[in-house]
Design a protein around this ligand. Structure first.
Ligand SMILES: [Zn+2]
Ligand SMILES: [Zn+2]
Length: 642
């Protein structure tokens, strides 16, 4: 009896009885059969070798899809464990999942792996791949499984902890074997090890069994695997680029900031050069906010717990807040995780009229959040940071206009700092929400209209909004294609109610204003970290703490170098004269490594005729450039966007 299966396009395919997923792929086309790594049968992933039942729907999974790569990577993890067990007799193996862009496996081998070990393991993996060993699925009882893994305590623990419910149906555990290697596994797997076209081991790390520091410490090996050598090459290149751009490396290297351990996790100190960049960013921020109708306010770093109870933060947000400080008189204070309640208090400090709305309060407000140490990541995820935070209070009918203006303002800021690729997410009403459904709908429509008129590409995240209102998140793509979330525009129906905010209408009745929270940079620190990675440390000229280095060729050119410096400073440029006892070449190299926009070299032929050797970032040195011309060109290169 032949069987019929349904393909993703709705068509049906007739196959011989007992046909496998692999045979289904071959019946569709030989190219598909070659690229196939598994099949999805009625929403469940299966091996290509599994026979298909009549009437199922079948989707062929290829190696170049996300799911396909996941299977590929998990198969690579098996091959790596097989290699380690062969090379390290007595090794114990724990777990080895596929992860984003790769895989890992945890082992107990009595010592840490060395770079030479990784090479040997990779070599052995290549041999296993060349041998093209088939992966075979097997199911055994729990007792049999315990026997098979009799000398593997981690596997035993996994078998013992397999949920009764999982065993309930068949009382069986599934295994995958290839040649002499066996692992506990749900699958699916590649048909054979020969189907692993490209892999690389990347690094090792210590990891506790089950993530528990009281359990044995294991040695983890991270690797990556791809559908082709070209895809692997591209990924390795991206990793290298990311390393080169890592702000945690660039920050100390360029003398911008550091994270001294004495200070505590997630807290940075800003060095003079970094503080100069910050000052420039913050001045830009204040200037542009004033120009866009914002009023600046200032608030303290702590407030009474009562304030956070009213705002609801102590209810919903407590685990991200630093613990409460209790004072002698019993009063309780909390370090602020957000600026919102303070701006609300400014709003509520007097009676408000519709004539004043929209009211836009702005503050570079420093907040503290107790992020788990595992998620901290340099300036991108810190425990103390400064938001360019605003709260806009407006009437319901003003929401649309306000959001349009806000979106334009946000894009202007992002473009001014050199970002030019944007995407937006619109998050809509979740199941649990506060406020009136119609109000939500109108605000969501207003957000979507603002997005449409901005021309930004956006996706709607249905039901992903906060319980208190819909929002827009803006993402930028950086120079190597990574996506970063920076700007957020959040409508809020809850806080104005919690604090009983009102304004007087034209008819002298009382209405509740709507609030919009928004941060354009997001946090100054995070924005700076992303910017630093985007431009690989070569900040736009106007943000560079040192915009030109002047290098006298010999001591006798020093006076002239100082003259040149004064001329540049006269145009508002930030310069330094490098008088260190080093060669000219060394000084130029240092200025370039420090990413200074210009190097001006002055020697015998410049003194007296008023010229300089001029090297602007990315260009070759030009000799004999008149000082006035060099000054103008550098001033243009370093002009602030507004
Ligand atoms: Zn597996
Ligand atoms: Zn807020």
């Amino acid at each position: 009896m032949p069987i019929n299966i349904t393909l993703p396009d709705g068509s049906s395919l007739q196959l011989a009885e007992g046909a496998t997923g692999g045979e289904a792929a071959a019946a569709i086309g030989p190219r598909l059969a070659e690229a196939a790594v598994a099949v999805r049968v009625d929403d469940e992933l299966r091996d290509l070798s599994a026979p298909l039942a009549d009437g199922v729907s079948v989707e062929v999974i290829t190696a170049d899809s996300e799911v396909g790569r996941h299977i590929l990577r998990h198969s690579a993890a098996h091959v790596m464990a097989q290699a380690v067990l062969a090379l390290f007799p007595g090794a114990r193996y724990a777990i080895g999942p596929a992860i984003e862009d790769g895989f890992y496996y945890d082992f107990e081998v009595g010592r840490a792996f060395t770079p030479e070990d990784l090479e040997a393991i990779e070599q052995r993996m290549a041999e296993i791949v060349a041998a093209d060993q088939p992966f075979r699925r097997e199911t055994v009882s729990k007792e049999e499984a315990l026997l098979i893994f009799a000398d593997q305590p981690f596997k035993q623990e996994i078998i013992e902890s397999v949920e009764e419910s999982e065993l309930a149906e068949t009382q069986q555990v599934s295994l995958y074997r290839n040649r002499d290697f066996v692992d506990l596994c749900r699958g699916p797997h590649l048909p054979s090890t020969g189907r692993l076209p490209a892999f690389k081991l990347l690094r090792t790390a210590g990891a506790y069994w089950r993530g528990d520091e009281r359990r044995p410490q294991l040695q983890r090996i991270y690797g990556t695997a791809w559908e082709s050598p070209a895809a692997l090459e591209e990924h390795l290149h991206r990793l290298e680029e990311a390393r080169r751009r890592d702000h945690r490396r660039l920050g100390p290297e360029l003398d911008f900031f550091s994270f001294p351990p004495e200070l505590g996790s997630g807290l940075a100190v800003w060095h003079p050069k970094g503080a100069t960049v910050r000052e420039l960013m913050e001045d830009y921020s204040r200037r542009t906010h004033r120009a866009h109708g914002y009023e600046l306010v200032v608030s303290p770093h702590i407030a009474r717990a009562h304030l956070w109870e009213t705002s609801g933060h102590l209810g919903f947000y407590a685990q991200t807040m630093y613990p409460i400080m209790e004072l002698d008189d019993g009063d309780r204070y909390v370090l602020k995780p957000m600026n919102c309640p303070f701006h609300i208090l400014v709003y509520r400090s007097k009676g408000r009229s519709y004539r004043e709305l929209p009211l836009r309060f702005f503050e570079l407000g420093t907040v503290y959040r107790y992020e788990r140490s595992g998620v901290l990541h340099g300036l991108l995820r810190a425990r103390g940071f400064t938001q360019d935070d605003s709260h806009i209070f407006c009437t319901e009918s003003q929401i649309g206009e306000e959001l349009k203006g806000l979106l334009d303002f946000s894009l202007m800021v992002l473009r001014d700092f050199g970002f030019d690729e944007f995407e937006a997410d619109l998050s809509t009403r979740p199941e649990k929400f506060v406020g009136d459904v119609e109000l939500w709908d109108r605000a969501t429509v207003a957000l979507e209209e603002a997005l449409k008129s901005s021309g930004l590409p956006y996706v709607v995240a249905e039901g992903e909004g906060a319980f208190y209102g819909p929002k827009i998140d803006l993402h930028v793509r950086d120079a190597i294609g990574r996506r970063w979330q920076l700007t957020t525009l959040q409508v809020d129906f809850a806080l104005p109610a919690n604090f009983g905010l009102e304004y007087a209408t034209a008819e002298n009745t009382r209405e509740r204003p709507v609030m919009i929270h928004r941060a354009l940079f997001g946090a100054v620190e995070r924005f700076f970290g992303v910017l630093l990675e985007h431009c690989a440390g070569a900040l736009p000229g106007w943000l560079c703490p040192v915009q030109a280095t002047i290098v006298p060729v010999a001591d006798r050119h020093r006076d002239y170098a100082v003259e040149v410096a004064a001329s540049l400073e006269g145009r508002g440029l930030r310069v330094e004269v490098d008088t260190a006892d080093e060669t000219v070449g060394e000084k130029i190299r240092r200025a370039i490594t420090q990413k200074h926009p210009a190097v001006l070299v002055v020697g015998d032929r410049d003194v007296g005729v008023g010229t300089v050797g001029f090297r602007l970032r990315g260009a070759d040195e030009e000799r004999g450039v008149p000082l006035e011309e060099a000054t103008l060109r550098l001033a243009e290169f370093c002009r602030a966007p507004r």
